[in-house]
Design a protein around this ligand. Structure first.
Ligand SMILES: Cc1cc2nc3c(=O)[nH]c(=O)nc-3n(C[C@H](O)[C@H](O)[C@H](O)COP(=O)(O)O)c2cc1C
Length: 192
C-alpha cells in the first residue's frame, strides 16, 4: 500500500506542528496548495458528504482579514484596547500561507452531525500531514476568531463553523517537542 512504510511510521512517531510566528517564506505555491488539499480530501467521510471546505487567504489579503476581524472584535468588545487589536493584527499576518477550514455539515442528511464534524477534524489533521509531506510545516489554530459569527461570515454562508486556521510555511527554527500523555493514560484493555 505504501512505498516506504518505515519513513511513514517514523514521520508519524515524531510528528509535531510548527509555530505560526516562526514560519517564514516560502509557503506552498498555488499548485502545491491544490495538491495538499487533494491529499486532505482523502479523509474518512460517512455518506460521502465532504462536509469540509477550504478557503485560502492570500498574503495580499491579510490586511482585509485584519479589518474584518477587528470590526468583529470591536462589535463584541466595544471597549477593546490597543494591545488586543494589535494581537489580532499580528496573528492574521503570521506565516506565508493561511487556509481556513470550514465545517460544512449537511443538516438534512441522516448522517449524524457529530460524525460530519469528526470528519472535518480528521480533514484538518490530514491537511497538516499533507503540508508536512510537501516539505512545509503547519499549525492548526482556533482561538477567539474561530468562534465569532461575523468572522465566520467573512468566509461564506451559514450553516458552517470555522474548524481551524491552518498556518503554513517554512520552519525558521527547529520544531519544539512538547509533553505528550503517557500511553497508559490513553490505552487500556477492556475490562468487560
Ligand atoms: C481544534 C484545535 C484548535 C487549536 N487551537 C490552538 C490555538 O488557538 N492556539 C494554540 O497555541 N494551539 C492550538 N492548538 C494546538 C496546536 O494545533 C498544536 O496541536 C499544538 O501546538 C501542539 O502541536 P503538535 O502536537 O501538533 O506538535 C489547537 C489544536 C486543535 C486540535
Amino acid at each position: 500500500m505504501f512505498n516506504d512504510l518505515s519513513s511513514l511510521a517514523s514521520y508519524l512517531a515524531s510528528r509535531r506542528s510548527g509555530r505560526p510566528r516562526e514560519m517564514i517564506a516560502p509557503g506552498p505555491s498555488d499548485t502545491q496548495i491544490e495538491k495538499i488539499v487533494e491529499m486532505a480530501m482523502r479523509t474518512p467521510d460517512h455518506g460521502k458528504l465532504a462536509p469540509w471546505r477550504v478557503v485560502s487567504v492570500g498574503k495580499d489579503q491579510r490586511d482585509r482579514l485584519v479589518e474584518g476581524m477587528t470590526a468583529a472584535y470591536l462589535k463584541e468588545t466595544p471597549g477593546a484596547g490597543r494591545l488586543e487589536l494589535e494581537a489580532l493584527d499580528k496573528i492574521s499576518n503570521e506565516a506565508p500561507t493561511l487556509l481556513i477550514v470550514l465545517s460544512t455539515p449537511d443538516q438534512s442528511s441522516k448522517i449524524p452531525l457529530w460524525e460530519q464534524e469528526l470528519s472535518c477534524g480528521a480533514f484538518c489533521m490530514n491537511l497538516i500531514h499533507a503540508v508536512h509531506a510537501t516539505g512545509f510545516v503547519g499549525s492548526w489554530i482556533t482561538g477567539w476568531p474561530a468562534f465569532n459569527d461575523d468572522v465566520r461570515d467573512l468566509f461564506g454562508k451559514t450553516p458552517q463553523k470555522i474548524a481551524g486556521f491552518i498556518f503554513i510555511g517554512t520552519a525558521s527554527a527547529e520544531l519544539k517537542e512538547r509533553p505528550r500523555p503517557e500511553l497508559s493514560q490513553i490505552l487500556s484493555k477492556w475490562d468487560g
